[in-house]
Design a binder for this molecule. Structure first.
Ligand SMILES: NC(=O)c1ccc[n+]([C@@H]2O[C@H](COP(=O)([O-])OP(=O)(O)OC[C@H]3O[C@@H](n4cnc5c(N)ncnc54)[C@H](O)[C@@H]3O)[C@@H](O)[C@H]2O)c1
Length: 378
């Protein structure tokens, strides 16, 4: 079997975890690491059992290396798009940490390049897609277990890690807008949960400056998303402060409802009711005793069901995300999270910025010409 040969970029907090996941696979070979902090690069290579000689000091050594099949971008946000665009122009597949771009022009270029080069595999790491609770939720919505969804709320309130080298996250020019820093995880959950029933057609958003830490870009957001079936989505985002990880979910439908409270102890984190699946009773699918006492043992979820309630990247579904991208490359398949296929998630971020600034609703899908003019002067 031919191994997929990787050029890796950015061995920081998230990058070192993903590099480790790659080295655990036998269908992958890491050919080079570009990391501007040489000491850190060498230290991380050694820690994952790779040779320090893989460190390169110029990104072009990755782009111009004909042996490399795919470029893996875990650099700070503002470098993702320039590095992705250069890689795609050189015919390389691209794994990009989120956000895919910090400028609207680069976002458009990435999508145009993907469409012009259909053999290229691209991927944006909206990692909650791989969480098993989120997969359960998507399946239940698609099976109509809650009837028609009329309202959906997904929060992302989590004081993102700015310790040590990660202080670049305070800098607007490097971080971009705060929506791309994690609030887009909540947007991705909302869009994928609703995908079987409705598409977003508009957004109204407000934002606030930092209250606690020194973020240059507004880190506090409230997004109202309108869907084509009349349903409304709501997202509270805050990367400025908090006590733990708030990824609260609340879905309401005509025949059921679903609630996830990341701050609860595991047995009580998830509850739902469904006319079809639980005879209209509220059940806690992670709570064996409760399901038994309701006579609904068939509703228990497997012990290894993951829930999205941790800001620690070591505990994220990195193995699944890495495996998904490698499988897409091996099978020459498009990912649902490719730049183009996931573009509505990024568009909601751009539309939110426009809406908050203009103090008016913005239609989706985004009018690229209007948005381009807006961001030229932003
Ligand atoms: N999906 C998630 O849940 C999640 C979680 C954490 C971080 N991230 C993303 O991962 C990326 C990295 O974040 P982090 O927290 O690991 O930050 P970090 O600062 O720990 O790591 C960034 C690394 O990139 C290196 N670097 C700086 N400039 C570079 C350049 N021009 N090219 C290549 N490397 C460069 C730095 O030296 C550092 O080692 C960010 O885009 C962030 O949004 C995603």
């Amino acid at each position: 079997m031919n191994k997929i040969r990787i050029g890796f970029v950015g061995a920081g907090w998230m990058g070192s975890v993903q590099l480790k996941r790659l080295t655990e696979r036998n269908d992958v070979e890491v050919l080079a690491l570009f990391e501007v902090n040489k000491e850190r690069g060498i230290e991380v290579l050694k820690s994952v059992g790779l040779s320090p000689s893989l460190l390169v000091t110029d990104y072009n050594d990755i782009v111009n290396n004909p042996a490399i099949d795919a470029v893996w971008l875990v650099s700070p946000n503002s470098f993702h798009a320039p590095q992705a665009i250069a890689a795609m122009k050189a015919g390389k597949h691209v794994f990009s940490e989120k956000p895919a771009a910090t400028t609207f022009a680069d976002f458009c270029t990435e999508i145009e390049l993907e469409k012009a080069n259909p053999k290229l595999v691209t991927f944006v790491d909206y990692i909650l897609y791989f969480d098993s609770m989120e997969q359960q939720l998507r399946n239940m919505v698609a099976k109509g277990q809650f009837g028609d969804i009329t309202q959906i709320q997904i929060n992302y309130r989590h004081p993102v890690n700015i310790a040590g080298d990660k202080v670049w996250k305070l800098n607007k020019a490097i971080m971009g807008n705060a929506i791309g820093m994690g609030i887009n995880h909540a947007i991705s959950v909302m869009i994928f949960s609703m995908a079987s029933q409705a598409k977003p057609v508009g957004i109204y958003a407000t934002s606030m400056p930092a209250k606690v830490r020194g973020f240059e870009a507004d880190p506090i957001w409230a997004l109202t998303v309108h869907f084509d079936n009349g349903a409304t989505g709501f997202c509270f985002g805050n990367i400025d402060n908090g006590n733990g990880y708030d990824a609260f979910h609340s879905l309401y439908g005509t025949e059921g409802a679903f609630t996830f409270d990341s701050q609860q102890e595991r047995p009580n984190k998830v509850r739902y009711w469904s006319q079809k699946a639980t005879q209209g009773k509220w059940i806690f699918p992670l709570n064996l005793q409760q399901c038994k006492s309701q006579g609904l043992e068939q509703c228990i979820w497997p012990d290894d069901t993951t829930t999205p309630d941790n800001g620690n990247v070591v505990e994220h579904q990195t193995g699944s995300a890495v495996g998904h991208f490698i499988d897409c490359v091996k099978n020459k398949a498009k990912s649902p999270l490719s730049f183009a296929n996931s573009s509505i998630i990024a568009e909601i971020g751009w539309a939110a910025q426009m809406s908050a600034s203009l103090r008016q609703p913005v239609s989706l899908p985004l009018d690229w010409t209007k948005a381009g003019k807006f961001f030229e002067n932003f």
